[in-house]
Ligand binder design. Structure first.
Ligand code: MRU
Length: 350
């Protein structure tokens, strides 16, 4: 089975290739990008989505900006790259991986001061590829570590898509599922459809079906009844940003699942790379929550089922307080409460 590759870099054509996730599962379309502005639009419009994938994509967006500058003045190149970084930073506010990746690219640019434009471009390309490869390796590691938390014959519930599509490949939460499945530990994955954009129904279900992992699609409101019936052993989700105290921002609806899991005594596990941890924020209350267009709630694609005049509220993420989280699986190890000291220790040892 060919691995899912949502993001690819063509080093000869200096082109970024993205699997258009907004069309899945009906169509598998790969689009080529040569302009950083188009990459920013692809992030905004969810052609590519998921915290680590957004970070990797933005890094390649920066590389594209550097290659589009055809002059030979390092200062001119720096200005074009800085403008592209600003544009990319303005796309989606919640996933900190975006800012983490742009910061790495910015430091690479600063570190290449005094070099020729050609050398600076090569350095930026090398760094974007390193960000991509690091994410892939982190997902594999989280999968291995997280699989140890999965009981035999587990029925696992997941929300949104924290899979290969949301990362450089393999996935965070779905990386744990994949690794546990390969150890013969998974009897069922309950896939929340994840209203309003349906990342569960369209993307997670697609990944599971493609790989023959036993999965059942449910609407978000069915999770409580399943838990009450004893049909969920473990919840595993991804994250868009984790504050210093362990509060977790993830797709809207995650908080409801965490409350339900807590009520039913079911472990609630978050799988996220270190690039998702934001120690600059003391708690989840300061995490910026993206609000998206009304169209996502009043209907889907061209179909509209709500009155056009109705007021709509559409936050894309919510915050799950640390006290509802059983463990955070990172590539450097599994972090348990109290998360504050454990997270700062794991980041310090990196
Ligand atoms: O709006 P999206 O689809 O970008 O939201 C994605 C999520 O909330 C994921 O759960 C999160 O980014 C983790 S992906 C490994």
């Amino acid at each position: 089975m060919k691995a899912i590759q949502p993001i690819r870099w063509d080093p000869d054509a200096k082109q970024l290739i993205l699997l258009d996730q907004s069309l899945l599962p009906a169509e598998e379309v790969y689009r080529g990008y040569s302009e950083s502005g188009e990459v920013a639009e692809a992030i905004r419009s969810l052609v590519v989505r998921g915290a680590p994938a957004i970070g990797c994509t933005a890094a390649f967006g920066v590389v594209l900006a550097a290659y589009r500058y055809t002059g030979s003045e390092a200062a001119g190149l720096g200005a074009v790259v800085a403008e592209a970084m600003d544009d990319l930073a303005g796309t989606r506010p919640t996933a900190v991986n975006l800012f983490w990746a742009l910061d790495r690219m910015g430091r690479t640019l600063a570190g290449s001061a005094g070099q020729s434009c050609g050398a600076i471009r090569s350095e930026l390309e090398r760094e974007a590829l390193a960000i991509y490869r690091d994410d892939l390796a982190a997902c594999r590691e989280m999968g291995d570590l997280g699989a140890g938390l999965v009981p035999e014959s587990a029925k696992i519930l997941t929300h949104c898509n924290a899979g290969a599509l949301a990362t450089a490949g393999y996935g965070t939460a779905l990386g744990v599922v994949r690794s546990a499945f390969s150890r013969g530990k998974v009897s069922m994955v309950w896939v929340d459809e994840t209203r309003p954009v349906l990342q569960g129904a369209r993307l997670t279900a697609w990944e599971m079906v493609r790989e023959g992992i036993p999965a059942t699609l449910i609407t978000d409101s069915m999770a409580g009844a399943l838990m009450a019936a004893g049909d969920v052993d473990l919840v595993v989700v991804g994250a868009d940003r984790i504050a210093a105290n362990g509060d977790v921002a993830n797709k809207i609806g995650t908080y409801s699942i965490a409350v339900l899991a807590h009520h039913h005594g079911i472990p609630f596990v978050v799988a996220a790379p270190i690039s998702t941890v934001d120690l600059s924020l003391v708690s989840g209350g300061s995490i910026p929550i993206e609000e998206r267009e009304r169209d996502e709630v009043i209907g889907f694609r061209s179909e509209v089922w709500a009155p056009e005049q109705v007021r709509v509220y559409n936050p894309a993420f919510d915050v799950t307080p640390a006290e509802l989280v059983t463990a955070i699986v990172t590539e450097r190890g599994i972090v348990r409460p109290p998360f504050g000291p454990a997270l700062s220790e794991i980041l310090r040892t990196g």
